[in-house]
Design a binder for this molecule. Structure first.
Ligand SMILES: NC(=O)C1=CN([C@@H]2O[C@H](COP(=O)(O)OP(=O)(O)OC[C@H]3O[C@@H](n4cnc5c(N)ncnc54)[C@H](O)[C@@H]3O)[C@@H](O)[C@H]2O)C=CC1
Ligand code: BAL
Length: 505
């Protein structure tokens, strides 16, 4: 899957691509009911890529009606799990076959480096769909220990119609994290991609349909947050919303649910993730490599990005020297050149937001260790700033860009207190050669994923989500994701003497 092409080959694919921007409802690519569109641009060049259907409430209503019809007549949920598995594996295969086209499309629409799209996003998208497909005919329901007078079955059923509201930082992968388990469980799905990055979601829906996912089961409604996201959140025909994005918007979905049908809400939101480096870390080169990866992968546009380096005073200078050395490997430039590891930020608006944080380095008279250059209204060099105290805005707020802050400590308890000094709680990394210290710190840091002597988000078998304001209601990935797209039902059967006739007795 990671058969990288050359920059010339990727550019040739980009030039010959036909880009459609119609919504995808009930198996049909269709314009918005209003006929309105909005342009989607390549952030790296500013070039317009396509006109995307600017859907609204009426389109959401149509998609919900079609998704409900599909759920009611059972064309998908009543298929045997082994049959849903067969179709979803065919879907994963089609995604794999179209990996070069999808990697280019993802890179063009989001500014992500094509090499990352092809070596991380695409293989993980395929693996997610395949893993949940493989899971679905291996999960057994339960009988409860209720004694001889009854038999009680505890069964899981698909929750119904699911709205998936997506961010722009991993458009394909976040869609897979949600539709993989939702479709495997038998739900009908309405996807709302972020308005910055609609194109790969539309293509994925077409491929699912081609693989045999029936009409109405997977729909994509494109458009803005207030225009499409809000009607999804408030729709009484939707049983669950799974959202990834900012904490502020995530909280809106809790209000929408309260104001409508108490739909289930699962939120995966922001982070301000620490990497804690103790003075007994065994291999500072490895630490430097992993911290740089955690901070600058996907231009830091990542909810689990390492954004706060919390390092023991005694190893700070040595580690920063090594970090600077590793940063030389992170070339910035044209996202379609597979030798570049740093692409464009997703939009000029987002660039302005990240720039306002980088500008604070000067305002707060902080110590710029590396980077800091900003080019072309979308490129920001990976940047490291030291001398950051817990009072600084840079220590507290999610930047969602390539900025790593450095804060020092002198004791274990100070390190844990700094790591936990956040309203978020998504991810954290610990670096030490002392296993007991690592386990103790891992238990004490409030975060959904804690990695030891590495950066990462686990793999498809491990749940992903956050404590505090990083998340709500459930987890993406793993068997726990399956749980959130299902309802638990008890079926109680009376088999007591009074209910059984003499011939059976
Ligand atoms: N945790 C994560 O993975 C992400 C975090 N962010 C953070 O959020 C900041 C803002 O980025 P945005 O794109 O504005 O994120 P956002 O959270 O506003 O957008 C995520 C999704 O929610 C939808 N949405 C926006 N407003 C809505 C509303 N009023 N009702 C319903 N749906 C709505 C958007 O259209 C998009 O599909 C970023 O700078 C970053 O800090 C952004 C994207 C992903
Ligand atoms: N890193 C995957 C989840 C996210 O950034 O939203």
């Amino acid at each position: 899957m990671s058969d990288l092409l050359t920059a010339g080959e990727y550019r040739a694919i980009a030039e010959t691509m036909t880009l459609g921007g119609n919504a995808f409802i009930n198996g049909i690519a269709r314009p918005a009911i209003s006929g309105e569109t909005f342009p989607t641009v390549n952030p790296a060049t500013g070039a317009e890529l396509a006109h995307v259907a600017a859907c609204g409430r009426a389109d959401v209503d149509l998609a919900v009606q079609k998704a409900r019809d599909a759920f009611a007549d059972g064309r998908w949920r009543n298929q045997a799990p082994a049959e849903r598995k067969r179709v979803l594996i065919a879907f994963a295969k089609l995604v794999e076959q179209n990996r070069h086209e999808l990697a280019v499309l993802e890179s063009l629409d989001s500014g992500k480096p094509v090499a990352e799209c092809q070596t991380i996003d695409l293989p993980e998208t395929v693996n997610t769909i395949r893993w949940h497909a493989e899971l679905i005919d291996k999960i057994y329901d339960h009988t409860a220990p209720v004694g001889h007078a009854a038999m009680a079955l505890v069964v899981r059923e698909p929750i119904g119609v699911v709205g998936c509201v997506l961010p722009w930082n991993f458009p394909l992968l976040m869609m897979a994290w949600k539709i993989g388990p939702a479709l495997a469980a038998g739900c009908s799905v309405i996807v709302k991609p972020a308005e910055e990055t609609s194109l790969t979601a539309l293509r994925l829906a077409e491929l699912a349909f081609e693989a045999g996912v029936p009409a109405g089961v997977l729909n994509v409604v494109t458009g803005g947050g207030p225009e499409v996201g809000e009607p999804i959140g408030l729709h009484s025909g939707i049983d669950m919303v799974s959202f990834t994005g900012s904490t502020a918007t995530g909280k809106r979905f809790l209000r929408y649910a309260a104001d409508s049908n108490m739909k289930r809400v699962v939120l995966e939101c922001g982070g301000k993730n620490p990497a804690v480096v103790f003075d007994d870390a065994e291999d500072l080169d490895l630490v430097a490599e992993q911290v740089v990866l955690g901070a600058f992968w996907n231009m830091g546009e990542n909810c689990s990005a390492t954004s706060r380096l919390i390092v023991h005073e005694g190893v700070k200078d040595d580690l920063l020297r090594r970090i600077k050395a590793y940063m030389r490997e992170w070339r910035m430039g044209d996202p379609l050149d597979p030798t570049n590891r740093v692409g464009a930020l997703v939009s000029r608006e987002h660039f302005a937001k990240v720039k306002s944080y980088i500008d604070k380095i000067k305002d707060e008279k902080l110590d710029l260790i590396a980077g800091g250059k900003m080019e072309g209204g979308v490129y920001i060099e990976p940047t490291v700033v030291a001398g950051v105290t817990r009072e600084s805005v840079l220590f507290k707020e999610e930047v969602f860009g390539p900025l790593l802050t450095v804060t020092t400590f002198n004791s274990v308890s100070e390190a844990i207190a700094l790591a936990n000094d956040t309203t978020y709680g998504l991810a954290a990394s610990i670096y030490t050669g002392n296993l007991k210290k690592a386990l103790k710190a891992a238990r004490e840091i409030r975060a959904g994923t804690v990695t030891v002597n590495c950066f990462g988000e686990g793999d498809i078998t491990t749940p992903f989500g956050g404590f505090q304001e990083s998340g709500f209601g459930g987890r993406d990935k793993s068997i726990f994701a399956h749980d959130q797209y299902t309802e638990i039902k008890t079926i109680w059967i009376d088999i007591s003497d009074r209910s059984v006739d003499d011939t059976v007795r």
